[in-house]
Structure formats: structure tokens, C-alpha cells
Design a protein around this ligand. Structure first.
Ligand code: DQQ
Length: 593
């Protein structure tokens, strides 16, 4: 076993040892001593985002939002629920907070929708999903915590008044819980029910995340009436040595075009003569041990009720990730108003817990993304929803700008701390690309990025953007590509490197050199990059959304008007900025106020 693999293995065993210490599956860190403290409402604003979703500024105190829950579009309104601690900026006291929007940009905060109040959720209302039942009736399935040992059951909630356009109040009927763990299930790792789908036999299905020893499991339950649920003999899917699966998400994607598909009746669609092989299925799981989200593409039919990943898919820690940075507990939903599937993900802070308490807030929701199948059928494409473009203000453009080795061009005239940048780079040749050393790990992009950072001279690359940069580059977060030669085809590395993002004292601040490989065809000799920059977050989409990386960073100099944006090249191969558009981004009218 290679040293890195040994270290990884040890870390895994160590994590499992922690997990099994009291038999409770860890999820969020619990800071008991901070749960009751309500910080003064002196919210530190400097790293607060402008156009990302955070609870409004003066909502008692800002608390900590985490997992997006039960997103749905109902009667012309988007609903976003999310895990929320109403009492402080650390995880705990979990309720379902609720916000609504007409356009996914401007949000109105409502009262908490689901909160502990009954024996079946007395110790917490954890993550779950919404399903719209026939007759246009929304129902929420969520995990209730019933005791101090974290025993998990599955509950449902329905709107108290279906005619209320905002569905403000939710009731939790007395026939809850709907599902309790049987003896074969670890009841402290049994949570996060998916949106339900209907099989051809007319029965509903849901999946619930968990683990048996180290095997990650997506349990499958069926029901005729949505009330009585029976565990299927075989799970929807499971994978050895992946640890606990949280927040599973299971949905169909169209094999052609960008339109999303409903989950409801999804395998009828797949097997119907008109659609048939035009559908693929996605199973995403949030791996508690690595805190990344992995997905596979595969086949499914409600006759077998098994999801089978396609040949060649890596089903485990080396698999495809939604995002190679800070992005977790995501959930998708079908938006019938625009025939698209939308993905919401949560980005936690990368600063210390003490910083979060001082700021009075922690955690943001990343910009929702449309999700579709890449035309080659081997990966997904993610792209910021088109609505975010409504926030674009002043625009500047650049084209045909050559960057020789060492060049750094400032993109001026926009608010670099709150911006949207879309750039396409081109190059004449791949000849100068460095060879990919056989000893390098094809799956450890992050390690490679930490060794070959943006200042390490290369052949083709590093080139890209320096975001949230101070004037003299004491601080910056580079987002860049580096191309390597390999036997079969070039290997493209994409990095979002937080290692020099702040001068702040290092203690407790996580500054990873996040990175992923980009499976892209370089025949056209072009690479595109879009970055959404918002004070303490940089969300980047490589090659049209094939590889996405989100970083949380805390500059001290590169803030507000002192933040700068550059395009750079530190490779010997000349690179041209074919086209670059950058916009100042406005704040939504009534979000984060
Ligand atoms: N967060 C929730 C759990 C879920 C985890 C608790 C993922 O339901 O597994 O707040 O971040």
C-alpha cells in the first residue's frame, strides 16, 4: 500500500473509532457549551456574502444554517427549508427554517416550519425532502431525533393550510413516526429520507441513508399509501468501505439536452417506449467521513428496485464529486416552471468555531445550480441558475489578450469582491504540457495542487484567475488550470487554492488547495472558467460545469474596494484570453439585509 493510502486508511479507521466510541454516528460537531449562548447582535459583516443565501441579518441572531432541506416549487413559489440553529452560530437545536422566493434570488424569511415539539422529534428535526403527491399536495419527510442517544426515526409533516400561498404552518400528524429502524439497522445512522418516487406497481419508494459497519447504505422503503412503509429486502444501493451515507439524492436525468425530469413515476419514464434509454439515473450520497459528495450514473427499474452504477463509474471515495471544495448535504428538485433540475448545496465556514461565534453567523447556501447530463453521458454538468444573471451590474470585457509567462493582467472597473467572471482561455499547442509523473496519484488532485500551486512555473499552465487578491498579492485565491501530458490523453488539473487566501492567524482556519481533474476534450485548445466571487466564497465552474470547486476564504486586506481580480499565466506556453466578461454583482433586494 502506498504511504498516502496507508495514511488515508489510518484516518478512516480513526474516524470510525470516533464514530463507534459511543455508537453514535458523528455528523456535525457538537459544541455543548455554546449551544445556549446567544451572541450579541454585533454581527461582523466583512466576510458576509452579498448575493449568496444567508438568513437575514437581524433575524434574532443569525445562527447557523446548514443542509438545504425539502426544496420545492409549489403553485408559483420556490420553497427552501434548511437545517438551522436558532440559538447560535454553531450546530445544534436543529429546526427547519423556511424561506420563500418567486425567482430563487430574492427571498423572504418565514417562521420556522418544523421544530422539535413531539416525542417523535423532541431532540431535533434533521434533514429530509419534499414530495408533491397527486392532487398537488406537498408532504415533507424528515428525520426526527427521539432521545439523547440520537435515535433516528422518519416522520412526515403536511401544510396546515394548503390555500396559504407560502405554506407557513406545517403540522406533524400524530401517526408519526412513519418509520423506525428495525433490528438490522443502526438507529443512530438512519436518516435523511429522499423525495419519494412511484414505481410501476403503484407503490411509493423512498431511500434513507445509513451504514452497516463500514458499508454505506441507501435503504429502500415502499408504501401504498405514504403512511405504512415497508423496508425492501435489498437496499437501493450500498458500497463497502465508504462509511455512513447522509442525504442520499436519487433522480433521473435526460440523456439528451438540458431539460430536467420529474422524479415522480421516474422509472415509468425510463421504460416507456417513448423515452426508454433516454434516461439515466443519478445516485448522490454525502459521505460523512470525507465530507464530500459523490455521485454515480446508472440504471434503475422499479421491477428490480436496484440502482446499478454504469460500467466504469467509480463507486466510492475516488468517484465523481459534485464539487471538489466546500459543498455538502445537497439536495435537488425538479422545477416544472422551467423544466429543469436544480441543485442546492451548503458551504460551511472554513474559519474557526471561535470566529463563527464572534461573527454571529456561519454557513451559506451556494448559488443553486441547474444539473444535466454531459453529452458524453459520463458525468453531470452544473451551471449557476440563469436567474443569478439578473444581479449582474456593471460589465467589462476583454478579448484576444495574450498572456506570456509571468503575465498578470488586472481586471478593473468592477467590484472584485462581489463579481461574476466568465473567461475562455486558448492556446496554440499542447506540446509544452508537463509530463504527468507515473508516481502521482490520478485521484488525488488536491495533493498535486498543493505541490504545484499557481506560482510554480509549468508548461501549459498554471493559468487562470487570481480572485480576492490584495494589491501587492499578500493575499489571493487563485483558480486555475494546469495541463499535463499523459499516455492516453492530456490530464487537466483545476485548482481553487486557499493556501494564500488570508494573512489571518492560521489557527483554526482551514486553507485547502482544493482541486479536481477535468474530463474535457482539448481538441479546440480552449478551456473556460466561470467564478462567482462573493467576499468569503469563490464558486468556480470549469469547462462549462464539468468540474466545480467552492472555497470559503477570509481575506484581511482584499476586502470590499481593496479586493482585486487578475488573470495570470505562469506557464511557458503563451495563453490567450479569448474572451472575458466580468460583472459587478448587485445584492438581491431583500436577502441578507
Ligand atoms: N445534517 C443533518 C443530518 C444530516 C447531516 C443534521 C448532514 O440529518 O445527515 O443537521 O450535514
Amino acid at each position: 500500500m502506498k504511504i498516502s493510502a496507508v495514511i488515508f486508511h489510518c484516518l478512516f479507521l480513526f474516524s470510525l473509532a470516533l464514530i463507534s466510541k459511543n455508537g453514535v454516528q458523528a455528523s456535525h460537531k457538537v459544541y455543548m457549551h455554546l449551544l445556549e449562548s446567544v451572541p450579541a447582535v454585533d454581527v461582523k459583516q466583512v466576510h458576509r456574502t452579498g448575493y449568496h443565501f444567508q438568513p437575514p441579518r437581524n433575524w434574532i441572531n443569525d445562527g447557523q444554517p446548514s443542509d438545504p432541506n425539502g426544496p420545492m416549487y409549489f403553485n408559483g413559489t420556490y420553497h427552501l427549508f434548511y437545517q438551522y440553529n436558532p440559538k447560535g452560530a454553531v450546530w445544534g437545536n436543529i429546526v427547519w427554517a423556511h424561506s420563500v422566493s418567486k425567482d430563487l434570488i430574492n427571498w423572504q424569511r418565514l417562521e420556522n416550519a418544523i421544530y422539535p415539539s413531539k416525542p417523535f422529534d423532541k431532540y431535533g428535526c434533521w434533514s429530509g425532502s419534499a414530495t408533491i403527491l397527486p392532487g398537488n399536495k406537498p408532504v415533507i419527510l424528515y428525520t426526527g431525533i427521539i432521545d439523547a442517544n440520537n435515535t433516528q426515526v422518519q416522520n412526515y409533516a403536511i401544510p396546515a393550510d394548503i390555500s396559504d400561498p407560502y405554506l407557513r404552518k406545517w403540522v406533524k400528524p400524530d401517526n408519526n413516526p412513519l418509520i423506525v429502524a428495525d433490528k438490522s439497522i443502526n438507529k443512530t445512522a438512519f436518516r435523511d429520507p429522499t423525495t419519494a418516487w412511484l414505481g410501476q406497481d403503484g407503490r411509493w419508494r423512498i431511500s434513507i441513508g445509513g451504514r452497516r459497519k463500514n458499508r454505506g447504505i441507501a435503504y429502500l422503503y415502499r408504501s401504498k399509501d405514504f403512511v405504512n412503509w415497508v423496508k425492501a429486502q435489498h437496499p437501493l444501493h450500498s458500497t463497502a468501505r465508504t462509511g455512513n451515507w447522509e442525504c442520499p439524492d436519487f433522480f433521473p436525468v435526460s440523456a439528451y439536452g438540458k431539460n430536467g425530469l420529474e422524479i415522480d413515476g421516474m422509472d415509468t419514464l425510463a421504460e416507456g417506449s417513448t423515452v426508454g434509454s433516454n434516461v439515466k439515473y443519478v445516485l448522490k450520497v454525502s459521505l460523512d467521513v470525507t465530507r464530500y459528495e459523490y455521485y454515480t450514473l446508472g440504471t434503475y427499474s422499479s421491477k428490480t428496485d436496484k440502482y446499478i452504477p454504469d460500467k466504469g463509474m467509480i463507486d466510492g471515495w475516488n468517484g465523481l464529486r459534485y464539487d471538489y471544495g466546500n459543498f455538502y448535504a445537497s439536495k435537488s428538485f425538479f422545477d416544472p416552471s422551467k423544466n429543469r433540475r436544480i441543485l442546492w448545496g451548503w458551504a460551511n465556514e472554513s474559519d474557526s468555531t471561535a470566529d463563527d461565534v464572534k461573527k454571529g453567523w456561519a454557513g451559506i447556501q451556494l448559488i443553486p445550480r441547474t444539473i444535466s447530463l454531459d453529452p458524453k453521458g459520463k458525468q453531470l454538468l452544473q451551471w449557476p441558475i440563469e436567474e443569478v444573471e439578473k444581479l449582474r451590474g456593471k460589465k467589462i470585457e476583454l478579448s484576444s489578450k495574450k498572456l506570456v509567462k509571468g503575465d498578470k493582467v488586472e481586471i478593473t472597473g468592477i467590484t472584485a469582491a462581489q463579481a461574476d467572471v466568465d473567461v475562455t482561455f486558448s492556446f496554440n499547442s499542447l506540446d509544452r504540457a508537463e509530463p504527468f509523473h507515473p508516481s502521482w496519484d490520478r485521484y488525488d488532485a488536491q495533493k498535486l495542487c498543493s505541490q504545484k500551486g499557481s506560482t510554480v512555473e509549468g508548461g501549459l499552465g498554471p493559468f487562470g484567475l487570481l480572485t480576492l487578491a490584495s494589491k501587492k498579492l499578500e493575499e489571493y485565491t487563485p483558480v486555475f488550470f494546469r495541463v499535463f501530458k499523459a499516455q492516453d490523453k492530456p490530464i487537466v488539473l483545476m485548482c481553487s487554492d486557499a493556501s494564500r487566501s488570508t494573512l489571518k492567524d492560521g489557527i483554526g482556519t482551514y486553507r485547502p488547495s482544493f482541486a479536481g481533474f477535468v474530463d474535457v476534450d482539448l481538441t479546440q485548445k480552449k478551456l473556460s472558467l466561470r467564478s462567482l466571487i462573493d467576499h468569503s466564497v469563490v464558486e468556480s465552474f470549469g469547462a462549462g460545469g464539468k468540474t466545480c470547486i467552492s472555497s470559503r476564504v477570509y481575506p484581511t486586506l482584499a476586502v470590499y474596494n481593496n479586493a482585486h481580480l487578475y488573470a495570470f499565466n505562469n506557464g511557458t506556453q503563451i495563453v490567450t484570453i479569448d474572451s472575458l466578461s466580468a460583472w459587478s454583482m448587485n445584492n438581491p433586494q431583500n436577502m441578507n439585509q
